[in-house]
Write a protein that binds this ligand. Structure first.
Ligand SMILES: [Zn+2]
Length: 193
């Protein structure tokens, strides 16, 4: 596969065109809304003569997150009851086809009561989580000691926080920050995301 094709990768369920433009060929299907969607992970090929779009499956081995997978994700937004993340890696699997959007709900943080997600994760953190399901977005859980934040930056000065007596501490401005820290904190370096 050429590097240039990588940007045109499509996911299952991704819309390719409307039915008036191209009929679905192998690897594609027509939705009830009159749009044509991809059935597979692959590269769409539009045949202008036949007016058919097909999706050629990737020959290169890439993966997508599946239920039960342990994933690494970057936190991109935090509200009090949920956080939005981008999954960028699945442990023990080939590289992902791209970034996958996921949601961490406050009920999936701990078996005990959690008041607000602001005490759990912050924007820019990297978390280790488990995939619960994948519709419509990936729902992830960080319940359990092995899950939670594995890498975090100081909210004030962006220095990587270090774990000190079960608290995250900024060595530069000496702040202590609250997170739900995973057992494997600092397993991931910023460069890997
Ligand atoms: Zn700091």
């Amino acid at each position: 596969m050429e590097k240039s094709e990588e940007s045109s990768l499509v996911m299952p369920g991704e819309s390719l065109c409307v039915i008036e433009e191209f009929e679905p060929g192998p690897g594609a299907y027509e939705g009830s809304d009159g749009k044509v969607y991809s059935q597979v992970v692959g590269v769409p090929v539009y045949d202008l003569d036949e007016r058919i779009v097909k999706v050629e499956k990737l020959s290169k081995k890439l993966s997508i997150p599946e239920i039960g997978d342990v994933v690494l994700a970057r936190v991109i937004d935090v509200k009090s009851i949920y956080a939005a993340v981008k999954i960028f890696e699945v442990e023990g699997k080939p590289p992902l086809t791209g970034l996958f959007s996921g949601i961490l709900h406050i009920s999936q943080v701990s078996t005990s009561f959690v008041r607000t997600l602001y005490d759990v994760v912050r924007i820019g953190d990297i978390i280790r989580a488990q995939v619960l399901n994948r519709a419509p977005l990936y729902q992830i859980s960080i319940r359990g000691r092995e899950f939670g934040v594995v890498y975090a930056l100081c909210s004030e000065c962006l220095t990587p926080l270090v774990l000190r007596s079960l608290q995250l501490f900024c060595p530069k401005c000496r702040r202590v920050e609250k997170r739900k820290v995973a057992f494997s904190y600092y397993m991931v370096r910023r460069s890997s995301a």
